[in-house]
Design a protein around this ligand. Structure first.
Ligand code: TA6
Length: 306
C-alpha cells in the first residue's frame, strides 16, 4: 500500500501513519519531524505550540524535533543543529531494517548537502524510522559516516509531550543521577528527589539514565513511558512563564500544558569512523493508569479497591 502523503495548508508534505486500533501519527518531511501522535480516542499526546511557525527555515516548536549534529551548545553550531531545519526525503533503502508496513511506518532520510558542508564539513546520512502501533510510537534514528574522515556528533529526539497540568506531573526514574543544570551555568548536581515535580523553570541534562523514564500525568491518570537505547542521556525542560513569554513561537500560557523529556546524547559524543553507522531507538508508550508512580497501590487501581 502506498504511503499516505498529504500537503498541509502551509504546503508542507506530511505522511499520515495509521494502525488498526485507531491511533495516528503525522510526520513532516520538513525537519523529519513527528508533529502529531493521537491515541484511539483522538487525544493529541504531543505538544504543539499555539504560536508555532510552520515556515522554513524556522524550526517548528512542538512534536518531536530531531536535533543533529549537535544538541545544546556543547559545540560550535547553532544550538540544536540544523537537521530540524532541512527538507528530508522518503528513504527508499532503509536496509538492514526490514521493509516497513507503509500504513504504520515510514523511513525518511537526510543527506549532507553542499550548503551543509559549509557549516559542518562532514558527509553523512541521517535516517529515521517512525513506526506506530497501538499505544506506542517508536523512532529509530541512524547516522552513517559517508565521509573520508572520522567525525563526532551529539544528538537529541526532543519529545514535546502534552500534559494536562505541569504542576500535577511527576517524572520518575531519574533519582540519584547526576545532571547539568542549564539554569546554573551547566553546573553538575546530583538529583536528590525521588521524582521531579514542577513549580518553576527546569532545564537539566540528566546523564547515563536508565532505559525507562516514566512521566506521570496525575490529572489524566495517564503515564507516558519513554524507553530508549543508544541515547544515554535525557533532558527535562519546561520554560515556565518568563521564558515562555520570551520565546516568540511559544504561547505565554503554553508552559502549563507541556513538558520536554528528550532522548539525548550529550555527555559523550558519538565518534564514527568512515562508513560506520550509529543506531538509536526510543519508544513512547501510554500506560492508562498512574500506579507506575508507586504512589498508588496497584490493587486499588486494578481491582478498584477503595
Ligand atoms: O533544553 C535545552 C534548551 O537549550 C533550553 O535551554 C531552551 O533553549 C530549549 O532547549 C529551546 O531550544 P530551541 O532551540 O528549540 O528554542
Amino acid at each position: 500500500m502506498p504511503l499516505n502523503i498529504v500537503h498541509d495548508a502551509d504546503g508542507l508534505s506530511k505522511i499520515i501513519l495509521t494502525e488498526a486500533g485507531g491511533s495516528t501519527a503525522e510526520v513532516l518531511l520538513y525537519g523529519g519531524q513527528v508533529v502529531s501522535w493521537k491515541n484511539e480516542r483522538r487525544e493529541e499526546l504531543l505538544f504543539m505550540s499555539s504560536k508555532a511557525i510552520w515556515k522554513p527555515p524556522k524550526a517548528i516548536r512542538g512534536g518531536i524535533p530531531v536535533c543533529f549534529p549537535q544538541f545544546a551548545n556543547f559545540g560550535t553550531l547553532e544550538q540544536h543543529g540544523f537537521a530540524r531545519n532541512r527538507l528530508w526525503s522518503i528513504d527508499s533503502s532503509p536496509s538492514p531494517l526490514l521493509p516497513a508496513n507503509s500504513q504504520s511506518c515510514v523511513d525518511i532520510i537526510l543527506k549532507s548537502t553542499e550548503e551543509d558542508l559549509k557549516t559542518w564539513p562532514r558527509s553523512f546520512e541521517l535516517r529515521l524510522r517512525i513506526s506506530l502501533s497501538a499505544g506506542k510510537l517508536t523512532l529509530i534514528p541512524r547516522v552513517r559516516n559517508t565521509d573520508s574522515k572520522a567525525f563526532s556528533f551529539t544528538f537529541a529526539l526532543r519529545n514535546y509531550l502534552s500534559v494536562s497540568d505541569i504542576s500535577e506531573v511527576r517524572v520518575e526514574d531519574l533519582e540519584t543521577l547526576d545532571y547539568f543544570d542549564n539554569l546554573k551555568d551547566r553546573e553538575r548536581f546530583t538529583e536528590q528527589e525521588d521524582a521531579i515535580t514542577f513549580d518553576g523553570e527546569v532545564d537539566r541534562v540528566y546523564l547515563s539514565t536508565p532505559t525507562k523514564i516514566a512521566i506521570i500525568d496525575h490529572e489524566k491518570k495517564r503515564t507516558l513511558v519513554l524507553r530508549k537505547e543508544g541515547l544515554p542521556d535525557a533532558v527535562v525542560w519546561n520554560p515556565w512563564d518568563k521564558k515562555a513569554k520570551a520565546l516568540p513561537d511559544f504561547g505565554d500560557e503554553d508552559y502549563k500544558s507541556m513538558l520536554c523529556v528528550d532522548s539525548v546524547i550529550v555527555e559523550n559524543p558519538i565518534v564514527l569512523k568512515p562508513s560506520e553507522e550509529w543506531t538509536g531507538r526510543q519508544e513512547l508508550s501510554i500506560v492508562s493508569s498512574s500506579y507506575c508512580s508507586g504512589q498508588l497501590d496497584p490493587r486499588k487501581v486494578l481491582f478498584g479497591l477503595s
